[in-house]
Design a protein around this ligand. Structure first.
Ligand SMILES: O=C(O)c1ccccc1N[C@@H]1O[C@H](COP(=O)(O)O)[C@@H](O)[C@H]1O
Length: 230
């Protein structure tokens, strides 16, 4: 079971998050869009992703800008393992996937799908022919895009998507140590993702990872997957 942990900001907390069991680490490289306090300067992104590579941890860069040209420039500059598109006004298409391969040949593509009703099933299916992963998430906010809501959505829809879409699915949205096992049992995803419930949030939008909670999340996910033989 892949455990994907967002949103890393500092180098030290990134190292501790990897040590706590994260398989994928996600962050917001400096760009137009997203929560300002979460944006990471590119020289620090390089340092964090180099350490991830050294440890065999997958690096994920989330795109909250709605400008595909800015996304491609960032992908070319950063060369993340996965580019995660989650803006409120632009979603990946086949042409974008082709262009991404040209500028970042080793970068895989992950598209966030807002699960706001049964219509999410058709949306997820429409991305499947050209993305490497689908991430199912909750909450759409102007400027900050799909996710970071800290709330769950209808897991029955997610379970249908996992069965019907032939692409690995990462489950996100309000996931934490308290509910990750239940989500895995119900949805049977390829991976699970957590931000809010494994972070300490401060006034003004600043936050840091809560390392004991990251560890508890990873352990609970692994135990649930083992129990189910996943
Ligand atoms: O990571 C961010 O800063 C971010 C900002 C804006 C939208 C999405 C973002 N991250 C993604 O949202 C999920 C779910 O968050 P939560 O656990 O419900 O709070 C997060 O893990 C990222 O995939």
């Amino acid at each position: 079971m892949i455990k994907q942990i967002y949103s890393l900001i500092q180098y030290d907390e990134s190292v501790k998050t990897m040590e706590a069991g994260a398989d994928n680490i996600g962050l917001v490289p400096m760009q137009h869009g997203g929560v300002p306090a979460h944006r990471v300067p590119l020289d620090r992104v390089d340092k964090i992703f180099a350490e991830a590579k050294r440890r065999g941890v997958t690096s994920v860069a989330i795109m909250l800008t709605n400008d595909p040209e800015e996304m491609l420039q960032l992908a070319e500059r950063i060369q993340p393992d996965i580019l995660h598109i989650a803006g409120d006004g632009y979603a990946a298409d086949a042409e974008f996937a082709k262009r991404l391969k040209k500028v970042a040949p080793h970068t895989e593509l992950m598209q966030a799908v807002l699960v706001d009703g049964e219509g999410a099933i058709a949306r997820a299916k429409s991305f499947a022919p050209f993305v490497d992963y689908i991430l199912l998430d909750s909450g759409l906010a102007p400027d900050t895009g799909i996710g970071a809501s800290g709330v769950t959505h209808d897991w029955n829809i997610d379970a249908k998507i996992v069965k019907e879409v032939n692409v690995p699915v990462i489950e996100a949205g309000g996931m934490g140590p308290d509910n990750v096992a239940e989500a895995i049992e119900k949805i049977r995803p390829y991976g699970v993702d957590s931000l809010t419930k494994t972070s300490i949030k401060y006034e003004g939008g600043n936050m840091e990872k809560d390392i004991p909670k990251v560890k508890a999340f990873c352990e609970a996910a692994d135990a649930a997957a083992k129990k189910l033989g996943l």
